[in-house]
Design a protein around this ligand. Structure first.
Ligand code: SF4
Length: 683
């Protein structure tokens, strides 16, 4: 359309955790085009195929624009007043009959910080329980717990820009070319400019093909690999002794433990060559400014938190974190605001800014400000919510902006949990597989229609601004939560998103300097940002670590086996992940031209395995696990090794999470998406 657009709004991408700044151009009230904002600090004028072209969903024909209430077994349109009254009445009934702990809320990494703040405040003060969690439970909860244990704070240590001066990237369990394309491009540019690259990943990704060393370690062996690398760093003395002496604890215990991980032993556990392991350790050990970038291939394991901690050891051994000029450790967050949802306290044990609900002084401060007592007992994590629903202990689940039936593991268990509830409430932009189980479906605004902030993967608060109005009766989660609270006789305060961030900042020392006004005037700010006249801290831990003794804690942790292993009945190992063209459950990207670029999912399988199974490229295959079944087509590729298969979870027809197991990280409850034993059959 050659006509000029009528307005341009600068906002933050709502897809991945990079958080690119985008200009949204509007004509006749609809998004006409999206371009990366020139000079924006995060993406420097770049954006990927999702941020640039996946915006047409805003006016998709099947967009939810009217609340739906289930009557006589069918979801039927109703008014907002009726829908809100129904939710409030039935939540109150569950609370009165079974107590507040019978209600649970799953908040959202798609929602703004202000919506997440309001969601956890609603659950804690209006309902009276700590049963609130968000999808970081399914991806980076081990990062929050692991980085807190090692360094004292639950965030990556350095900004993305520090990759500009690294001379060696250790990229682990991440495929940023597909999942975080702007970061993938940044790493590639750096490598083409001469930086060394070590990749630890069971798949041959684009960056793995470019790497100096690619350790194709068997899924579930991360801790062994990191301990093996630490073994070489220590035995060959690639250590920053001064840093270790002054700023860490636990070196002797770590050195003792990693004696058991010499290259030959580690190589056998991980299925890699010992010489490659030594070469990788030397590249990392001899670099002057090594950087660690990692993703869900580290966290989504039975021992994911141990993986984060033993990976953090490598940065500490080299003094590559908390020192001038260091490049630190960067966890690549999956969804746009998964960092922010946790920062805002949408967690069962932590209030905003990671302040523990079990700390009486913290609780008293929030209770006094909110005018209602914050419950003391930590609430349920998402997997525990589903278990409790099946056990009859949780009777109502309120889901904001998540399609848990498609995204959470062991989907039949999730469906059974939703069926067992007296009430399921769902806010979403589109009808979803989760909405099929809901009693009330509330039409939600998308990120292109919202006011607030997101926090990206390097701890930057960025403004989210409405470029267009939500269609029909769709409304922001912020407005919906206010209405439900009001119908329950409560007032959540903070009438605007700016008020919500101001209230959060007043109660949370690490966010004390943040406000919409400041972000509008000066652009993005990293947290911690402790006062209105202070810049945010882009690099953490320069003076001291945020641990009680000010020192980072090296972790001596052994390799332990994953939740399940291939066997005669289920001889292949399934890894799940993401594709470039789509985002998570695909509800937005599948309704855009990106669907033409990638219209369906296929199971990646090695040609040797395919030949053994008598399967050709494009043939139908049935995949079964101990937990469920999925029908896919085969895609023959040498990007996976024999014995391993790979699929993404973007398409509801490819029920990949019917296959994944209930095994979770022992420390945080994060599901083990990366290790599922499966059988593959033709047909
Ligand atoms: Fe940037 Fe990620 Fe959005 Fe792509 S999906 S434009 S990399 S924030």
């Amino acid at each position: 359309d050659p006509r000029p657009t009528t307005s341009t709004t600068t906002t933050t991408c709502g897809y991945c955790g990079v958080g690119c700044t985008l200009d949204v151009h509007v004509r006749d009230g609809e998004v006409a085009a999206v371009t990366p904002t020139r000079g924006a600090p995060v993406n420097r004028g770049h954006a990927c195929v999702k941020g640039r072209f996946a915006h047409g969903f805003t006016r998709a024909e099947d967009r939810l624009t009217t609340p739906l209430v289930r009557r006589d077994g069918r979801l039927v349109p109703t008014t907002w007043d009726d829908a809100v009254r129904t939710v409030a009445h039935r939540l109150a009934a569950v609370r009165d009959r079974h107590g507040p702990d019978a209600i649970a809320m799953i908040s959202s990494a798609r929602a703004t910080n202000e919506e997440n703040y309001l969601a956890q405040k609603f659950v804690r003060t209006v309902i009276g329980t700590n049963n609130v969690d968000n999808c970081s439970r399914l991806c980076h909860a081990p990062s929050a717990t692991g980085l807190s244990a090692s360094f004292g704070l639950a965030g990556g240590t350095n900004p993305l820009d520090d990759l500009d001066h690294t001379d060696c990237v250790l990229l682990v369990g991440a495929n940023p070319t597909d999942a975080h394309p702007v970061v993938g491009a940044r790493i590639k540019q750096r490598v083409l400019a001469g930086a060394r690259l070590v990749v630890v990943d069971p798949r041959r990704t684009e960056l793995a093909a470019l790497a100096d060393v690619h350790l194709q370690a068997v899924p579930g062996s991360n801790v062994a690999v990191f301990n093996g690398l630490a073994h070489v760093l220590i035995t060959e003395d690639h250590l920053d002794h001064d840093f270790l002496d002054r700023r860490t604890t636990g070196f002797d215990a770590l050195a003792e433990l990693v004696r058991d991980y010499p290259p030959d032993t580690t190589a056998e556990i991980a299925g890699v060559r010992a010489a490659d392991l030594v070469a990788a350790a030397r590249l990392f050990g001899q670099a002057r400014h090594p950087a660690i970038v990692y993703g869900l291939g580290v966290t989504e394991h039975r021992h994911g938190t141990d993986g984060v901690r033993t990976l953090a050891n490598l940065a500490l051994l080299r003094g590559a974190v908390g020192t001038p000029g260091c490049c630190g450790i960067l966890p690549l967050r999956g969804q746009n605001n998964v960092q922010g949802a946790s920062d805002m306290g949408a967690l069962p044990d932590l209030l905003p800014g990671y302040q523990p609900v079990t700390d009486a002084a913290v609780r008293d401060r929030f209770s006094a400000a909110w005018g209602r007592p914050v419950p003391e007992r930590p609430g349920l994590r998402i997997p525990q919510m589903f278990d409790a629903a099946i056990a009859g202990e949780v009777r109502a689940i309120h889901v904001i902006g998540e399609n848990v039936v498609q995204s959470d593991p062991n989907a039949e268990h999730v469906r059974a949990a939703l069926r067992a509830c007296d009430l399921v409430v769902c806010h979403d932009v589109f009808p979803s597989r989760t909405a099929e189980h809901a009693d009330v479906v509330l039409p939600a605004a998308s990120f292109l229609e919202k006011d607030g902030t997101f926090v990206n993967f390097d701890r930057r608060f960025q403004r989210v601004r409405p470029a267009v109005s939500p269609p029909g009766g769709a409304a922001s989660d912020f407005a919906v939560l206010h209405r439900i609270a009001h119908a329950l006789g409560a007032d959540l305060g903070c009438p605007t998103p700016a008020d919500a961030l101001a209230e959060c900042a007043a109660l949370t020392p690490v966010f004390a300097g943040l406000s919409h006004q400041r972000l509008d005037a000066g652009g993005p700010l990293h947290w911690p940002c402790r006062a209105p006249d202070q810049p945010g801290e882009a690099v953490l831990h320069l003076d001291r670590f945020a641990t009680p003794d000010g020192r980072a804690a090296l972790a001596a942790l052994p390799h332990l086996p994953p939740g399940e292993q291939p066997d005669g009945e289920f001889p292949y190992l399934l890894i799940t992940g993401r594709r470039l063209e789509h985002h998570n459950t695909g509800s937005m990207t599948r309704r855009t031209p990106n669907a033409e670029l990638l219209p369906a999912e296929a199971l990646e399988i090695h040609p040797t395995d395919a030949a053994h199974l008598r399967v050709v490229d494009g043939a139908d295959v049935t995949v079964t696990s101990r937990w469920g079944r999925a029908a896919l087509t085969a895609h023959l590729t040498r990007d996976v090794v024999p014995g391993q298969v790979f699929a993404a979870f973007h398409f509801p027809g490819a029920t990949v999470n019917d296959l994944t197991s209930p095994h979770t990280d022992t420390a945080t409850g994060c599901p083990e998406y990366k290790v599922t034993a499966v059988q593959v059959r033709p047909g």
